[in-house]
Structure formats: structure tokens, C-alpha cells
Ligand binder design. Structure first.
Ligand code: MLT
Length: 257
């Protein structure tokens, strides 16, 4: 019987397919069901792209869709990768108190709690302009070399990443970038979280390096259990690149719930 859902939120500029291999591994032992929506403006989402995808907008979409994603008021563990982690923080900030009895844990993959600094915001602006000029191929050129570990070269993950990026509408990617630049720092959310937390980071993550994960772990003094799992031979897409190891770490977290 599936009695717990892992609600997985994808990163930028990706979609729900990034969770496929992890979901397949977790589905094998039956206790954990995976729900992985597409965020606004792509794939199967019923929410259209708007000019600015604030993390709070994505979080509100998730709350609106929660009855379909996790039916029957059932418990769930919130899980996000990179931008999906920022959405998870905003979801907890806005909806966490009302869902306190249902949110049983948190899995943060290749993400960080800090907001963009001025240089980071300027880079987002340049990235938006590059996509406006050249289309979604500009996002592919910018992101693809940084997403995966050198160990994943030629693996199925590489083709999937390419397909996910190139099937993201340019207007969606630009709106995501605008929202990413405006997001706030989430250390306060972590400080108030009092359920088990798993932080996952590919050891070769070039976008949110392990130091960002260590900072999140240090920011969770009220969680009864916090583990940092540094994933060998993985980059920024650890759950996609090394689904077996990440599934094992999630099963271990679930035992503590
Ligand atoms: C992501 O993977 O979602 C993005 O790299 C996040 C970011 O750029 O901050």
C-alpha cells in the first residue's frame, strides 16, 4: 500500500520527466508514491506561462493542485531540485502552517537557501536577453554544460536533459529566470522546519556546490533528523544521474518519519 507521497518539484529549465528514473526506483518497494507535476508554462501544466514566474506563484499553483497531486488529505514529503527547492521553500513559507499535519519531511536536491546577489541577478538579465534574441537554444547552450557530472557524459540523462530544455517554451524560460532573480533567502524557512530533512548534492555540482548544501544543513536546528548525502559521480542533477543512491537515501529518510 502506498501511504506516503513524495511530491517532487523540478528545476529550471526542465520538466517533470527528470524524476522518472528516481520514481521508477522508489515505486519498486511500494511504500512511497511519487507525484511530479510540471510547473506552470510547460508540459502537462494547466497553468499558462505569465511574464514573471515568481517562486510564490509556482508555490500557489502547487497548493491549488494539491488535491489532485496528493488526494484525500494524505501525508507527503516535499522534494525539490534546484528551482524546485526554491519553490518548496516558498510553499512551506505560505502553506506550511495550514498543512502542518500532512508535511512529513523535506528532500532538498542540488539547491540552496540563499537568494541571488547583484551579480547573479545581472546574469539572469543577460540570460533572458539571450533567450529573447536566440530562442531556447540559448538556454541549452548556457545550462547543458553545467548540469551534469563529466561521469554522466553519453548516459541517457544527457539526452533527456537536452530534450527537456529544448521543449521548454522560450517565454516560460524567460519568466522562470525573472522569478529566480527576485526570490528571497529561505534560511528562515529552514530554521522553522521541524520534520526530518534530507539534503542531496552531487559531488560535482557546479551550479549549487556542496557548500550550499552544508549551509542548508546548518540552518535546520529544529529538524529531528538532518542528513547531507553527497552523491558520487553526480552533478547538479543527482536524482537523475544516480537514482539508485538517491532512492536509497530517501527510503532511509522515510524510515524516520
Ligand atoms: C535550476 O537548476 O533549477 C537552476 O539552475 C536554479 C538556478 O539557476 O538558481
Amino acid at each position: 500500500m502506498n501511504d506516503l507521497t513524495l511530491l517532487c518539484v523540478h528545476g529550471y529549465p526542465l520538466d517533470r520527466r527528470m524524476w522518472g528514473p528516481l520514481s521508477e526506483r522508489l515505486g519498486r518497494d511500494g511504500r512511497l508514491r511519487v507525484a511530479a507535476p510540471d510547473l506552470r508554462g510547460r508540459g502537462s501544466s494547466r497553468h499558462p506561462a505569465t511574464g514573471l514566474h515568481a517562486m510564490s506563484l509556482f508555490a500557489n499553483d502547487l497548493a491549488t493542485d494539491l488535491p489532485a497531486l496528493v488526494p484525500g488529505g494524505a501525508p507527503f514529503v516535499l522534494c525539490g531540485l534546484s528551482m524546485g527547492g526554491y519553490v518548496a521553500f516558498e510553499f512551506l513559507r505560505r502553506h506550511g502552517a495550514g498543512l502542518r499535519s500532512r508535511i512529513k519531511g523535506l528532500v532538498l536536491c542540488d539547491t540552496k537557501a540563499a537568494a541571488d546577489d547583484a551579480a547573479g541577478r545581472a546574469k539572469r538579465k543577460d540570460a533572458i536577453e539571450a533567450i529573447r534574441r536566440s530562442g531556447i537554444g540559448a538556454a541549452f547552450e548556457a545550462m547543458a554544460p553545467k548540469l551534469l557530472s563529466p561521469s554522466s557524459k553519453g548516459a541517457p540523462a544527457e539526452a533527456l536533459v537536452r530534450d527537456m530544455i529544448l521543449s521548454t517554451p522560450a517565454e516560460t524560460a524567460m519568466a522562470d529566470l525573472a522569478g529566480l532573480a527576485l526570490r528571497s533567502d529561505a534560511f528562515d524557512v529552514l530554521g522553522g522546519f521541524d520534520r526530518p530533512v534530507l539534503v542531496v548534492c552531487g559531488e560535482d555540482d557546479a551550479i549549487t556546490p556542496v557548500a550550499d548544501s552544508e549551509a542548508m544543513v546548518a540552518a535546520c536546528p529544529n529538524a529531528p533528523f538532518v542528513r547531507l548525502f553527497t552523491v558520487p559521480d553526480a552533478g547538479h542533477m543527482a536524482p537523475l544521474e544516480r537514482p539508485d543512491g538517491v532512492a536509497e537515501a530517501i527510503r532511509d529518510l522515510v524510515k524516520r518519519i
